[in-house]
Design a protein around this ligand. Structure first.
Ligand SMILES: Nc1nc2c(c(=O)[nH]1)N[C@H]1C(S)=C(S)[C@@H](COP(=O)(O)OP(=O)(O)OC[C@H]3O[C@@H](n4cnc5c(N)ncnc54)[C@H](O)[C@@H]3O)O[C@H]1N2
Ligand code: MOO
Length: 410
């Protein structure tokens, strides 16, 4: 038998040799700006105007000429004449001169001539004058008219993942529609003679399908269109029928289980039947028997059936691919922060290892408590905030060592 794990490649090589080269495979959609959170932009969007568009006070107080206040202090305040009041949404018509000021609310537009604002707490008003107890410099307590967004600048770059800041900027600029890449559709196929539906009554040796439902819930929460096939028996013809359905109905097909080297593991042969296997076997624990293949238009994953292996390989391989083919420039798992581990964590696997951890703060540090458990059990995921990474060929991370933490849910 051919060595099924002949590729057995490191994760970063998977990214550079295969994922980096994937091209966008989804259509462009024009959506209402309020609908595009989490999509990749399919266009460069430039700003038609400045934001906020006028010099704006950040405090309730007085709009002043900063140079008038230079010598102000508590015992010898500067006295300015209050020549009017600014109202929200209105423009003060006159220009203020030296020795004058105007009452201004937070967010109000500075009058001509003023270049700073003094907080109300640093003043006292009486008989049409105000005592200023604290100096301000030019620009203090003011947002300049183009500080948020400059007219003509890039608001969203093609390939950028839209976040709430983009949505805020775009709508503030009056841009109510944006072109984005459609999110791919995913067809999940649970496999295994022992696998039954969660609603079914179980005999001792059977396993209810947690994998495909957990993944479906996760992908849906990220906005993907997900469909699921019925449970497939360990039978090559059933595998073919299911994958055929998946290729007809989704951009990406995901097989759960049957990806290892057992006599009744049919993921590899089925992917070979429909297309080309790009790699099978990665140097990652959990997740060694990950298979990735393609047809002319579609992509197929064979993911290991063990619950933790299934979810971790979805995080490390499936989700990055979904992001890449739907236009996201930033598509790889991102290091969240560094943490200090609270226990020795051995790694005798000879693979890059990911371990679920629970985080807690202690002083200025983030401590990571490993949640040990075989890849055949699901509970560690339930308690975890994310994963720490033990590099390839590192045989142990000692208690108190610093290591990389990945927040796996995003
Ligand atoms: N001789 C070797 N055996 C194994 C190797 C190896 O290199 N040589 N690799 C091991 C590793 S690592 C993993 S991970 C597993 C992956 O096996 P499969 O992808 O073939 O998965 P199955 O055998 O179908 O299932 C494994 C395990 O997971 C349970 N399972 C399957 N589907 C589901 C589901 N939908 N929901 C919940 N649980 C599921 C299944 O009942 C099995 O217990 O192979 C090792 N073996
Ligand atoms: O993917 Mo397997 O976890 O290494 O048991």
């Amino acid at each position: 038998m051919k060595d099924r794990f002949h590729t057995f490649i490191p994760r970063l090589k998977v990214y550079s040799d295969f994922f980096d080269k994937l091209v966008v495979r989804t259509k462009v959609l024009e959506l209402g700006t309020e609908e595009i959170l989490g999509y990749a932009s399919a266009e460069d969007v430039y700003s038609p105007e400045n934001l906020p568009g006028f010099d704006k006070s950040t405090v309730d107080g007085y709009a002043v000429i900063a140079e008038n206040t230079t010598n102000a202090n508590k015992s010898t305040p500067v006295v300015l004449k209050v020549v009017g009041e600014i109202y929200m949404g209105e423009e003060f018509k006159e220009e203020i001169s030296s020795g004058e000021c105007v009452r201004i609310p937070t967010g109000g537009m500075l009058p001509k001539g003023a270049n700073a604002c003094v907080m109300i707490e640093d003043t006292k008003e009486f008989n049409g004058n105000v005592e200023i107890y604290k100096p301000v410099v030019s620009g203090e307590n003011v947002i300049k008219k183009d500080k948020d967004v400059k007219k003509g600048s890039l608001v969203v770059k093609k390939g950028e993942t839209i976040n709430i800041g983009h949505i805020h900027n775009l709508l503030s600029l009056g841009i109510t529609k944006v072109k984005v890449f459609k999110k791919p559709s995913v067809c999940i196929i649970p496999t295994g003679d022992e696998i039954i539906e969660p609603s079914e009554k179980r005999i001792k040796t059977q396993i209810r399908d947690g994998n495909s439902y957990a993944l479906m819930a996760w992908l849906k929460s990220l906005g993907y269109d997900v469909r699921k096939y019925k449970v497939v028996k360990d039978d090559p013809e059933e595998f073919k029928e299911a994958v055929k359905w998946g290729l007809e109905n989704g951009d990406v097909v995901v097989l759960s289980g049957g990806s290892s080297v057992g006599a009744r593991d049919y993921a590899l042969s089925t992917i070979e039947y429909f297309g080309e296997v790009l790699f099978s076997g990665v140097q990652v624990k959990p997740g060694k028997p990950v298979i990735f293949g393609k047809t002319d238009k579609k992509l197929i994953f064979g993911l290991p059936g063990n619950p933790t292996s299934f979810i971790v390989s979805s995080y490390l391989f499936l989700i990055p691919v979904l992001k890449k083919i739907s236009g996201h420039e930033d598509f790889l798992p991102k290091l969240t922060c560094y943490v200090r581990v609270t226990e020795d964590i051995p790694n005798t696997s000879g693979r890059e290892k990911f371990v679920f951890v629970k985080l807690r703060n202690e002083g200025n540090e983030i401590l990571a408590q490993p949640i040990f458990g075989e890849s055949g059990i699901a509970s560690p995921m339930k308690f975890a905030d994310g994963l720490i990474r033990i590099p390839l060929n590192k045989e142990i991370i000692y208690k108190n060592e610093i290591c990389e933490f990945y927040s796996w849910r995003s």
